[in-house]
Ligand binder design. Structure first.
Ligand code: FAQ
Length: 313
């Protein structure tokens, strides 16, 4: 029953009708592989994304800020879990997925290879990085694979809280002392272009987009989402009294959107090849955490085994 034209035709017709494809449905092998690649990279991004912010939990400037940041970082761990589970429904295992991350074979979002130097960076991550993540994830709620779509619905609800916590920090700093405002501006200067890279390379250089759109895995292209993100963020920066570090940023009435400078794509490719400022640190931290958690996995497995035996007896 492999890849027969009849099954393929039925599959295409279901996509055409915006039906969800479910784990037990027939699907082309390349659709399955494409999804495992994207969902697992997304899952890895969530858990590696915990590291730059986790770094600030002990240094948050108030108890409230600490509690909010702790909750946010914990949410990201939860997002990783929903996504790994969604990937597992495609016939891969958690061990295989994590092994690919830990050995550097699998990618995760380029953005998490940049350092968080000041508290304002926590604001900038929430505002910009979560803002970009939501822009991308809102369209993924309508992705064609059911388990991925359902994970995205839940994740989007939590991400919008994350974006607001970041914007709140930016508001406090931007409307605070001159020194605080300067910190906010410095964070915006450093995070702007790396955030724009999160949407992936320009459409003309994106090898996966065309097929992803055909399969309705992606509903909008990298460039479309980047444009939407810029258009939405300019106003938010204006409210804060901060300047987006792009001299070419200009409203274009004809396209009803902003013209802007593209990020430095050579920097992007360098980062995703493993040569960003924190790639090594992030992978070392993940590997160490995995090793430290070994006894927890062993204890959980032993408990599950005992419980199963007790039920069977
Ligand atoms: N970083 O052909 P395309 C978050 C790779 S979640 C690293 O355009 P595609 C939450 C791409 O994988 C952020 N690699 O690829 C949070 C491909 O390589 P491959 C993550 C990138 O898949 C917030 C190659 O370049 N979100 O932040 C990147 O059609 C705060 C060619 O690219 C998702 O993963 C990149 N930025 O489009 C957590 C959303 N861009 O696999 C903590 C789901 C591209 O062929 C704190 N993913 N590449 O070897 C997607 O929507 C897509 O996979 C894209 C890339 C848009 C990321």
């Amino acid at each position: 029953m492999s890849n027969t034209p009849e099954l393929e035709k039925k599959f295409d017709a279901r996509l055409e009708q915006n039906d969800f494809i479910e784990p037990k449905d027939w699907m082309p092998e390349n659709y399955r592989k494409h999804l495992i690649r994207q969902i697992s990279q997304h899952a890895h991004s969530e858990i590696v994304g915990m590291l730059p912010e986790g770094n600030w939990i002990t240094r948050a400037p108030s108890l409230r800020a600490k509690m909010v940041l702790l909750a946010k970082v914990q949410d990201e761990g939860g997002h990783g879990l929903y996504l790994y589970t969604a990937a597992e429904t495609l016939g891969t295992s958690r061990d295989e997925l994590l092994d690919a991350l830990h050995t550097g074979k699998a990618k995760y979002s380029s953005i998490f290879n940049y350092p968080t130097l000041t508290w304002a960076d926590i604001g900038a991550i929430g505002w910009l990085v979560d803002g970009a993540a939501i822009m991308n994830q809102v369209m993924l709620q309508r992705t064609s694979y059911g388990p991925y779509s359902r994970a995205m619905v839940r994740i989007c609800k939590e991400e919008s809280f994350h974006q607001r916590q970041g914007y709140e920090i930016m508001c406090r700093l931007s409307f605070g002392t001159a020194e605080q405002k300067e910190m906010a501006q410095d964070a915006l200067n450093r995070w702007w272009f790396p955030t724009m890279m999160m949407f992936g390379p320009p459409d003309k250089d994106s090898p996966n987009s065309e097929q992803a759109i055909k399969w309705r895995i992606k509903r909008e292209t990298n460039d479309e989402l980047r444009q939407k993100f810029v258009d939405r963020t300019v106003e938010q920066a204006e409210y804060l009294g901060l300047t987006i570090p792009d001299k070419n940023l200009k409203w274009n009435e004809a396209k009803k959107g902003y013209d802007f400078t593209e990020p430095d794509w050579s920097e992007f490719y360098n980062v995703i090849k493993g040569n960003g400022p924190c790639n090594k640190e992030r992978l070392d931290a993940r590997n160490q955490a995995h090793k430290n958690g070994e006894w927890v996995r062993a204890a959980a497995a032993a408990y599950a085994k005992k419980k199963k035996e007790a039920v069977a007896a």
